[in-house]
Design a protein around this ligand. Structure first.
Ligand code: IYR
Length: 220
């Protein structure tokens, strides 16, 4: 059964649209993945607003197949760091192909992940593979990877617009997050985002974005 409401839409004009699009591009283009964090705590209530924003994302059949687990507990952060570093060490020392290591070399990454303990909070994004109904039965979810990816992108934008930094950390495999954080069967770890203020001496790799000509194809 469908139920419809009038769209809440604030009219504007094309000049304003262009100017907002440009301003948002300028702001988003300043976003960088940051690996050096200050240990300063986040303001009370801020994480909730960021996750509320992420959870406005569109999703397959509006199933909203995501869970955001926030970790600020130092012991738990320590446990996650040790588990991530053990996977990362295996990755850098044996699992990664020479081509993959060469591709990562401009980023200056290695198996050490101090940021998992220094950042004041870790947001672990889980993808719900299916739904759990109150009566114990399960229900189908759709496009869960796409949906959770979109929500995570919106979370990254929200973090940046709030004046904080993050990076998409992908320890591989990520199954240890499911165990350590005691998540239910239907959830699978999707991405780990440390979040905080940048360290005073934070540096970022000198890399460039593709040009518009490289990424945009017109048919008109
Ligand atoms: N997960 C590792 C390796 C890594 C892989 C890719 I692809 C990156 O863009 C960056 C890192 C790590 O986090 O170091």
């Amino acid at each position: 059964m469908s139920d419809f409401l009038p769209l809440k839409y604030t009219p504007t004009d094309d000049k304003e649209r262009l100017s907002r699009a440009e301003a948002f591009y300028q702001q988003m283009n300043r976003r960088r993945s940051v690996r050096f964090f200050s240990d300063e705590p986040l303001p009370e209530g801020l994480i909730e607003r960021l996750i509320a924003t992420a959870s406005t994302a569109p999703s397959g059949a509006n199933k909203q197949p995501w869970t955001f687990v926030v970790v600020t507990d130092p012991d738990l952060k320590h446990e996650i760091r040790l588990a991530a570093e053990s996977e990362e060490r295996a990755f850098y020392e044996s699992r990664a192909t020479p081509e993959w290591l060469a591709d990562l070399s401009p980023l200056g990454t290695d198996w050490h992940k101090e940021f998992l303990e220094i950042a004041p909070a870790l947001i672990v994004v889980f993808r719900q593979r299916y739904g759990n109904n109150p009566d114990g039965s399960t229900s189908k979810f759709y496009y869960t990877t796409e949906s959770t990816g979109i929500a995570t992108g919106m979370l990254i934008a929200a973090i940046h617009c709030a004046g904080l930094v993050t990076l998409t950390h992908t320890p591989s495999p990520m199954a240890f997050l499911h165990t350590i954080l005691d998540r239910p069967e239907n959830e699978q770890a999707f991405l780990l985002l440390p979040i905080g203020k940048p360290a005073k001496d934070a540096v970022v790799p000198n890399i460039t974005r593709k040009s518009l000509e490289d990424v945009l194809v017109w048919n008109r």
